[in-house]
Design a protein around this ligand. Structure first.
Ligand code: GLA
Length: 731
């Protein structure tokens, strides 16, 4: 890891362990992108910007500046001056004039990484990372732009963010401040974005980059089920193990765009940042705005290389708290077991049976408060319903604790139902536009937590419930999109700040929660995986992945999620069959195998299980304890994708020292007359000897990876069969 500035060629060189990123200064003021890719040595590469190699040479014809502005590969580009490509910064003045041209002014290189004000971000010590800040300035509107880049000693990601300061004497309005803009040279590229819906999150969508804009976005106020704040472009032949990939992920939980702009000269611009639609931030003199952090990854080892870089970065430099590096308790959540129909006795029956089988925590989901007998009412009334839970939380929790189990609880703090005491007392606390009938979604409104009194109410309720008993886990839910954006507090020219202010308020609440209750395990959730993003991972080491708990559906959902989020963050439970959403029945063992490569837990009424299924639980729990360090800390390799081949899914995790591995394979559909499946493993040490207990056989790593293993169909005669095999090095 190192960052250097070369005075002679007026270029910055950012080196990660295996990659290099180069930026140049042209005409003493224009910042241009030179190179991003495999590690190279420092040298004069200015010709790659389409300019003269001599940094003192003039490259711009003052009589015809537009040609330069519209062709130069700006490191960060501006609307309004003649650059007609998708811009990174759009700003207008009090007079309504758009336009900026920020010119290089200074830079500094230092050890460590500063935090981002009020925003989640990756972190690292002074020994672990180094940062470059380049300051640019627009003298006409006195706008200071700081571009910040951090490289890490142990990771190939480059984390960047942008800060804009109004150094003038009049307000300016930011219409767009993207977090990253990357200019890629002429090439054929494929692009991957992820899409889905409730119950079908994060499907991988790959297609060729074409001319014009291709955009994944959210305008729902959350990162959403529909898209991910992620984009990757790659050489068209890229697969899991080879090919060049450029990826970006935004550390943000609100509205975003992630897009390519395919230019007519066949260059491609890759961008990520806050969604400029519905965004306009007023910057008073002296104020500054910080855009969320973007994580950039270049991989020369295909998608698999990209995946492992993201996993390592997030596990080491984003996820925090007590559970960052340790095993989470095996939990049982009562949602699919009881829905709203539960009371203390029912929960204790479940807990008793669960504790006998090694389950370590009971999580009480929705329905414990106010008049919440269904999802039509009571959100906001965070007072225990003593009809259901006589003796309240202190009694229930202590009974659960007596069984040797921890206790966790569900919350949806950002919401209020029209039918609730809270709404009757404070109808103005819901986000709304005056005179327009407010839109209900799941019979609820969203609280305007950008208002201090509303935020304080929410915080006080959370605090008081969590301090009332020994609660060791919270599932923080968020079950609807934001609509009808109006505000009691913001003037008309600041309404465009609302969505971002809302996201900041969520961060404020979760920041308070995690610093006040340091022992708490927080799991984020949003109707399943509607807010599964790096911003949330900064507060919670795990996120509920999807309300679709059907193990076979989960193969696709978890594959998409694991493309850049670590397995340790993927909330995955064994639920009952036929599955409540899909009606599909999958063997209990397979359901366990598929949940095992996530956080692992149960979401079913254990008192109603068959003896056969019940007997399997202690074995699954044992397997979890045995393998979880590998799942949490190992390298993930995808071997086969059911989403692609409609037949079989296979993946493995390999310990960092390559001494242990876990291979999961799911034969989704039974194939008549199919003798066996040839599986080539990945990630092992080619010259080491390995033992596979399930085969009682010994192989070298190179044989396992090149010749593969010929797995006889162990599932003969049925769909949805699976196994998890151990692989052990013998030295
Ligand atoms: C959302 C969550 C579920 C469950 C319900 C409760 O849909 O994703 O897991 O908590 O809310 O209402």
């Amino acid at each position: 890891m190192s960052i250097q500035y070369c005075e002679k060629c007026m270029s910055f060189f950012l080196h990660t362990p295996n990659t290099t990123y180069v930026i140049g200064i042209v005409n003493g003021k224009y910042l241009g992108h030179i190179y991003y890719g495999k590690k190279i040595q420092n040298q004069n590469l200015r010709h790659l910007m389409g300019v003269k190699a001599d940094p003192s040479a003039d490259n711009i014809n003052p009589g015809d500046t537009g040609i330069f502005y519209d062709n130069f590969p700006f490191e960060y580009n501006f609307r309004g001056i003649g650059d007609f490509r998708e811009c990174a910064l759009d700003v207008h003045t009090m007079q309504g004039h758009h336009g900026a041209l920020c010119e290089y002014r200074s830079h500094r290189i230092f050890k460590g990484k500063p935090t981002l004000k009020s925003l989640p971000a990756t972190f690292g010590s002074v020994a672990e990372c180094e940062t470059l800040e380049i300051e640019l300035f627009d003298p006409v509107i006195s706008l200071t732009l700081t571009l910040s880049y951090t490289v890490f000693a142990d990771n190939d990601a480059i984390c960047r963010h942008v800060r804009v300061r109004n150094s003038g004497s009049e307000p300016v309005y930011l219409d767009r401040v993207l977090s990253a803009h990357l200019y890629l040279p002429e090439n054929a590229y494929d692009v991957i974005t992820l899409h889905g819906s409730w119950g079908r999150e994060r499907g991988i969508c790959r297609r060729p980059v074409s001319y014009g804009i291709s955009r994944a976005y959210s305008s729902r106020g959350v990162s959403s089920h529909q898209a991910q704040p992620f984009i990757a472009v790659m050489s068209p032949n890229t697969d899991q193990a080879s090919g060049e990939v450029y990826a970006m992920n935004l550390v943000y939980s609100g509205n975003f765009i992630a897009q390519t702009d395919g230019l007519v000269n066949d260059d491609v611009i890759l961008q990520i940042g806050i969604n400029p639609d519905d965004f306009c931030w007023k910057l008073e003199p002296g104020e500054y705005f910080t855009a969320p952090e973007a994580v950039m990854v270049y991989s020369a080892q295909g998608l698999g290389g990209m995946t492992r870089t993201f996993h390592d970065l997030y596990r080491k430099h984003l996820i925090r708290g007590k559970y960052k590096d340790c095993k989470r308790p095996v939990l049982l959540n009562n949602w699919e077991a009881t829905y709203f129909d539960f009371n203390t006795e029912k929960l204790l029956d479940i807990a008793r049976s669960a504790s006998q089988r090694g389950i370590e925590m009971l999580v009480m989901d929705d329905g414990w408060f106010g008049n919440r007998f269904d999802d039509h009412r009571a959100l906001g009334d965070w007072v225990v319903n003593e009809e259901k839970l006589p003796g309240g939380l202190p009694y229930l929790v202590s009974e659960v604790n007596k069984l040797g189990m921890k206790f966790g609880i569900w919350f949806e703090p950002e919401m209020v139902c029209p039918d609730s005491d809270l709404f009757r007392a404070h109808p103005d606390w819901a986000i709304q536009v005056p005179n327009r009938t407010n839109t209900t979604l799941r019979w609820q409104y969203v609280l305007d937590i950008t208002r201090p009194e509303v935020l304080e109410y929410v915080w006080n309720r959370l605090y008081s419930v969590l301090s009332s008993a020994n609660i060791e886990y919270v599932k923080w839910d968020m079950n609807r999109a934001l609509t009808n954006i109006g505000s009691q507090d913001l003037p008309a020219d600041r309404i465009g700040e609302f969505y971002h202010r809302y996201t900041l308020a969520v961060y404020e609440l979760q920041g308070r929660l995690t610093s006040e209750f340091t022992e708490l395990l927080l799991e984020n959730c949003s109707s399943g995986g509607g807010r599964f993003d790096p911003g949330m991972l900064y507060y919670s080491p795990q996120i509920w992945c999807s309300d679709d708990t059907d193990a076979i559906e989960r193969l696709k959902i978890q594959e998409g999620t694991a493309l850049f989020y670590p397995l340790s963050s993927i909330g995955a439970h064994v639920s009952v069959c036929p599955n409540h959403l899909t009606g599909r029945s999958v063997p209990f063992e397979t359901r366990g195998h598929i949940a095992m490569l996530g956080t692992f837990g149960y979401e079913l009424d254990i008192t109603k299980l068959s003896e056969e299924d019940l007997e399997m639980i202690p074995k699954q729990v044992e397997m979890y304890h045995e393998s979880n360090d590998l799942v949490r800390g190992g390298d993930y390799y995808r071997l086969a994708s059911y989403a692609e081949n409609h037949f079989v899914d296979a993946y493995m995790v390999v310990s960092k020292d390559k001494s242990r591995a876990l291979l999961t394979m799911v034969a989704v559909t039974y194939r008549i007359n199919h003798r066996a499946f040839l599986l080539r493993l990945q990630g092992l040490d080619p010259i080491a000897n390995y033992y596979i207990p399930a085969m009682d056989s010994h192989f070298t790593g190179d044989a396992l990876m090149n010749a593969g293993i010929f797995i006889p169909s162990p599932w003969a005669g049925g769909d949805y069969r699976s196994f998890v095999w151990k692989i052990e090095r013998e030295d």
